[in-house]
Design a protein around this ligand. Structure first.
Ligand code: GBH
Length: 440
């Protein structure tokens, strides 16, 4: 990727929200100061996490949050997207931590943007139970009552698609189930939880609510009918299963019948799910090439996909790849956003890119600078094409616990030494700081 001299960030209008993201389980540590989550139980099982690590300490952000907020302030971001740990809120003093964090952020002039669920479900709960949706709404209300005087912008869920797929269908993430299509109730209950939480947050006076969904263009492996059909099905799972009910109030054809319904029926659930939101968050990393099933297990992004899936994921050639093996294709972000605009039209609320980033080793991370520069330019092309985008958050502020990959993948703008817990800003941190300063 060729980097141009101009600063891509200064091309955006004033008021565009620039930020960085993290999540509780990936950075906080202090696991013994809260209730356990499904991720604590999952990582305790041998073989689940590649390097055998756990998030018991992680970046120790729970004890070092003031240092991390100072890093945010120096970086000059407008906003910080973090997640609230439900098991921590369930523990004595848990909400006090978020209270202190929010105070620290406000004092530093950084806007707090909490996500209420980023995969660390309390161990006693299960997304296959419908009741978890109602519990989530109660928890959301409790957090909003405590932080709502200082926090205005809220996110309900992070990537229910990945949590369903990886956690319940394929078993690569907590809670480690391999239910394949029988995982769909976990999707429905998360969507219901989102809708009920939107209502609970509104009742608590919140006016600025979004969700962070994982999306990326699906590229068919060829124009052969079998490849086109498989790609369309994969696209439905990744790009429509969650967005259609949220934005159009219906499931894609054929999927609604597979969902459990409450006593009042599926239409009544869909009304809750489609409760209007103020903006739609997109986490974008890479496009996926998909073709007809190949009748064998395949390795994909560190996963072994079972042979019986009705599609197969293929390698994208001709683009650089990150340390994770994910292709770097900035123009696919423009394609994704213009495609969303075409599909949803006026039903599409303003968009915020709630995550975008890459894993690379090293402190002089020129590849990360190239990745971010390329994606910010691609984002600007989408804005020029008429897509209403209001913000962009880099994943992530810090190197952190990368789920089933443990600490081997580093997504941070700031390097973390996991022995000393020392933070060292990388070249990409300097790049973003300079670009943010230059815009004013
Ligand atoms: C996010 O998930 C999570 O929200 C965050 O917690 C996590 O740390 C971060 O991303 C980094 O992983 O093999 O090229 O087709 C991202 C979900 C699923 C997006 C796999 C990229 C595969 C890319 N990812 N997907 S590719």
């Amino acid at each position: 990727i060729r980097r141009m001299a101009t600063n891509p960030i200064s091309q955006f209008p004033a008021g565009f929200l620039w930020g960085v993201s993290t999540s509780a389980h990936q950075i906080e540590g202090a696991a013994d100061e809260r209730e356990p989550s499904v991720w604590d139980a999952f990582t305790a099982e041998p073989g689940r996490v590649k390097d055998g690590s756990t998030a018991a300490v992680a970046c120790d952000h729970y004890h070092r949050y003031a240092e991390d907020v100072a890093l945010l302030a120096d970086l000059g971001v407008d906003a910080y997207r973090f997640s609230v740990s439900w098991p921590r809120v369930n523990s004595p003093g848990g909400l006090d931590f978020y209270d202190r964090l929010v105070d620290e952020l406000c004092a530093a002039g950084v806007r707090p943007v909490p996500t209420l669920f980023h995969w660390d479900l309390p161990l006693a709960l299960d997304w296959l139970d419908r009741d978890t949706a109602a519990r989530f709404a109660e928890y959301a209300a409790r957090v909003a009552e405590r932080l709502g005087d200082r926090v205005t912008k809220w996110i309900t869920l992070n990537e229910p698609a990945e949590h369903t797929l990886l956690g319940h269908a394929l078993g690569a993430h907590a809670p480690g189930r391999q239910l394949l299509f029988d995982a769909l109730p976990a999707a429905h209950h998360q969507l219901l939880a989102h809708g009920l939480a939107v209502r609970a947050l509104r009742a608590a006076g919140v006016t600025d609510i979004g969700i962070a969904n994982s999306h990326g263009p699906t590229w068919p492996a060829s124009q052969e009918p079998a490849d086109l059909e498989a790609a369309a099905f994969y696209d439905l799972l990744l790009n429509r299963l969650f967005s259609d009910p949220l934005l159009l109030g219906r499931y894609p054809e054929g999927i609604g019948e597979l969902m459990p319904k409450g006593s009042a029926g599926i239409e009544s659930d869909l009304k809750v799910i489609a409760e209007p939101i103020d903006w739609y968050g997109i986490n974008y990393y890479a496009p996926t090439k998909v073709g007809a099933p190949q009748g064998a297990e395949i390795e994909f992004g560190g996963l072994t996909l079972p042979a019986e899936l009705p599609f197969s994921v293929r390698e994208i050639e001709g683009h650089p790849v990150t340390d994770f093996g994910w292709p770097v294709v900035p123009q696919a972000l423009t394609e994704l956003l213009t495609g969303f605009r075409e599909r949803f039209g006026d039903r599409l609320p303003p968009i915020v890119i709630t995550e975008n980033g890459c894993s690379y080793e090293g402190i002089d991370d020129q590849e990360r600078i190239a990745y971010l520069d390329g994606h910010v330019r691609a984002l600007h092309r989408a804005v020029e094409a008429g897509v209403d985008v209001r913000g962009y958050f880099v994943w992530s502020l810090l190197d952190n616990f990368e789920w089933a990959e443990g600490y081997e993948r580093r997504f941070g703008l700031v390097h973390v030494d996991y022995d000393t817990l020392e933070r060292t800003p990388k070249a990409s941190y300097g790049w973003l700081r300079d670009a943010l300063r230059a815009r004013r």
